[in-house]
Design a protein around this ligand. Structure first.
Ligand code: E4P
Length: 215
């Protein structure tokens, strides 16, 4: 399973990247705004130069011409750029156009299997189902990953399932069990994966015993 980090914070990206476990990065306009980024394209370039993997850069336009124009500009920034396009009618049309030109697309804001299938048929490299946001409205986001996996396997679709809006380890566990290809993780979830209280207490005991045995 590939791990992406879901942030625009360069310190978090660098820390995760230095662990050697990062396969890519996802950003979105909210994450960029949170970091107070004004030179958005310059920021994408910095991320691309740090991480050897796909970096999702989201379009702002919602009309076909605008999405295609933005997508063509974004891919000029760096080979790692993957254009993130929302699941709307003009977005689907733009995915078809850009994918035919060889542009890597991450279709975002996926909330049901039908949307995932449409994005895959249009040629998206990734579909991003948002698990946490489904949970927020009382639906089981994790079932969506299982269902998309089943449908993509039924029809031999090679679009990758990029599980997004992951809030905690249980989400991640469900994604791994359901066979998501990629999980994009907030930095705190990556840190949470590493930590276990028995690891901490076990290590403390090993170190204390070592100190005792040295006299
Ligand atoms: C994914 O590409 C999105 O940026 C992200 O996972 C959304 O997560 P949120 O629902 O926690 O904002």
């Amino acid at each position: 399973m590939k791990f992406f980090i879901d942030t625009a914070n360069l310190t978090e990206i660098s820390e995760a990247n230095n662990m050697g476990i990062l396969d890519g990065v996802t950003t979105n306009p909210s994450l960029m705004a949170k970091e107070g980024i004004s030179d958005v394209n310059g920021h994408y370039l910095k991320i691309c130069e740090m991480v050897d993997g796909d970096v999702s850069a989201e379009v702002i336009s919602t009309d076909y011409e605008g999405i295609v124009r933005e997508g063509r500009e974004l891919v000029k920034i760096h080979d790692n750029i993957t254009v993130k396009i929302p699941m709307i009618k003009d977005g689907v049309k733009a995915i078809s156009t850009l994918a035919a030109e060889g542009v890597k697309i991450n279709c975002t804001l996926i909330f049901n299997v039908a949307q995932a299938l449409i994005a895959a048929k249009a040629g998206a490299k990734y579909v991003s189902p948002f698990i946490g946001r489904l949970d927020d409205i009382g639906q089981d986001g994790m079932v969506l990953i299982e269902d998309i996996r089943q449908v993509f396997d039924n029809y031999d679709l090679d679009t990758e399932i990029l599980a997004a809006s992951i809030r905690h380890n249980q989400h991640l566990l469900a994604c791994m069990l359901a066979g998501a290809d990629v999980a994009t993780l907030p930095f705190k979830v990556i840190e949470g994966m590493i930590k276990h209280p028995l690891t901490d207490s076990g290590l403390a005991k090993f170190l204390a015993d070592h100190a005792k045995s040295k006299g």
